[in-house]
Structures are given as C-alpha cells and as structure tokens.
Write a protein that binds this ligand. Sequence first.
Ligand code: MG
Length: 168
Amino acid sequence: MKNNNTIYRIGIGYDLHRLVEGRNLVLGGITIPHDKGLLGHSDADVLIHAIIDAMLGALALGDIGTYFPDTDPQYKDNDSKLLLNCTIDLIRKQGWQIVNMDSTIIAEKPKLKPHITRIREILSQILEIPMDCISVKAKTNEGVGPEGKEEAISCFAVVLLSQSKDIP
Ligand code: MG
C-alpha cells in the first residue's frame, strides 16, 4: 500500500532592463508596439527572465546568469522563450511540475492591458498549464523611480512547483 505525497517548492524572481530607443519591446514572448525597447544581451524580456529566476529559485538552482550568461555570444539577441523552455526541461528532469505562476510588470508606458491575454496564452503554451494558472498583472510606478520615468521596465514573478512521491 502506497500513499501519494505531494511536496511543493516556491520561488521568486525579479528583473529590470533599461528602456532605450532602437530596440523592440519584447514582453512575455511577444513584441509590443512602442517607441522604445528593453536593452539587454538577449531580447531582454523581463517577464520571462523573472519567471526563469522564480523557477530556478524554487529549487535553489542559482539564477538565470548561471545557465545563460550574458557574456555568451550564443544568447545574444536570443528569444527568451528558448531560455524558458530550457529551464522547464531542467526542472522537469528533476521530477517537478509547474502548479501556477503569478507576476507583476511595472511599466509607466505603454499600457499593457490590451496585450495581457495574448501573453498569458503564450505562457500557457510554454509552461503547459492552463491560462487560469497564469497571472500577468501590470501597473505603473506612479511617475517616480526608473520605471515611472520610463527609464526601465521591471517585473516580479512567483512560481509554485510540485512533485508527487509515493511513500511506501
Ligand atoms: Mg534580464
């Protein structure tokens, strides 16, 4: 006789990239029309980077720079969705599943509300969990600080992982 025992791990991720002219604004795997974009070695997708750090953090596996260093030319202008897929492979190989993800993007402009559903659809496909387990919220920084002055966009994300173990 075996009892099923589910264990959980939670992780938090944070990221910030500077907003500059001449770059595409990529958030949650989609390109959003705007006169500025995020500066970074990869596509600088702060939402996906925060999700990756939350997953790695849940399992105490280090951070995004551990696996995808910004000094490595293979990640230059890289689609961060690929990095997210690699991270999911890593946690699945260790027997973990994603339960849910919650996030908050802090951006003064552009208004992200029209894009939230599409971002959740994309993340639902990559994370392979239902959209109602994926939360993407957006808020301004009330005009103060780097996000408020449109110098940067930042993001917080929390991910819950689970693993079911048979107990003899
Ligand atoms: Mg980043």
